[in-house]
Write a protein that binds this ligand. Structure first.
Ligand code: DGP
Length: 118
C-alpha cells in the first residue's frame, strides 16, 4: 500500500485485510465495502487505501487519490445499478457525525432520498 497508514485506524485495517469487510470494488488506491449499519438498501463506503482523516486533507495532500476516490464512487454506483439516483456524503468533523477519521464516501441509493438531510 502506498501513502499514509495509521496502525490504530479501523478503515486502514479493512484496507489491508486485517479486519474483514464485505468488499464490492477495489483499485490500486481505493477500496469499497458495504457499511455495517446500512441507512439505505445500498450503502457502501468508498475509501482511499492511504490514511487521510477527512476529504479536505485528502484533496490537499493527495489530489490524485481524491480523483481516484470519486472515480471509484462512480464505478460502484454503476456496478450497483443506481442509475435512478444516488447520494454521496462525506461526513466531516464530529458535528457532522463523522465517527471514523479515515476519509470515506458514503454511497447511498436504492430508495428515494429525503431533502434536506437531517
Ligand atoms: P461516519 O459516521 O460518517 O464516520 O461513518 C462511519 C461508518 O462506518 C458508519 O456508517 C458505520 C460504519 N462502520 C463502522 N465500523 C464498521 C466496520 O467495522 N465495518 C463496516 N463495514 N462499517 C463500519
Amino acid at each position: 500500500m502506498t501513502g499514509e497508514r495509521d496502525a490504530d485506524c479501523l478503515f486502514c485495517k479493512i484496507a489491508t485485510g486485517e479486519i474483514p469487510g464485505d468488499v464490492v470494488h477495489e483499485t490500486e488506491s481505493t477500496l469499497a465495502f458495504r457499511d455495517i449499519e446500512p441507512q439505505a438498501p445500498t450503502h457502501i463506503l468508498v475509501i482511499p487505501r492511504s490514511h487521510q482523516p477527512n476529504v479536505a486533507t485528502l484533496a490537499a495532500k493527495e489530489p490524485e487519490t481524491a480523483l481516484a476516490l470519486l472515480d471509484a464512487v462512480a464505478a460502484v454506483a454503476e456496478q450497483e445499478g443506481l442509475e435512478a439516483g444516488y447520494r454521496v456524503v462525506f461526513n466531516t468533523g464530529a458535528q457532522a457525525h463523522q465517527s471514523v477519521f479515515h476519509v470515506h464516501a458514503h454511497l447511498l441509493g436504492g430508495r428515494t432520498m429525503g431533502w434536506p438531510p437531517g
